[in-house]
Design a protein around this ligand. Sequence first.
Ligand code: FES
Length: 153
Amino acid sequence: MVEIDLNRVEEIIGRYEGEEGVLIQMLLDLQSEFNWIPRGVIARISERLHIPKSQIYRIASFYKAMSLSPVGRHVIQVCLGTACQVRGAPRIMDRVKESLGIEEGETTQDMRFTLRRVNCLGCCAMGPVVVVDGDYHGKVTPSEVEDLLQSYK
Ligand code: FES
């Protein structure tokens, strides 16, 4: 279970209390602070601002800049498209999962990494491809995975 600093949540909500039309900005501030918006935070906003939870969920799900599930400081995308698969991508994915102790779609407990699977990034000749925070790493081998992860603190 990912821990959230509730004092920070209260502080951010408090910045906007009593003001009209601040929900989106408040959610963006919370997103920027925690990298995601947990269920409990939505319940707290709803209580303090007297806004139905359903309305808050609707907004948080609509904006791509907001996430309702934990997202780590670094997002790793391992390509498992056909060309990358043929070049060994499943072994890269296994090594990343093993090293981080998480499955696809999950985030590490320390909120350092989120692991995602993608299907073709349009640079098949570089396969197998791993993208971390938008940086493309091509022709990755299983033995390089650990160093690659270590380079993202
Ligand atoms: S299949 Fe991986 S980049 Fe195309």
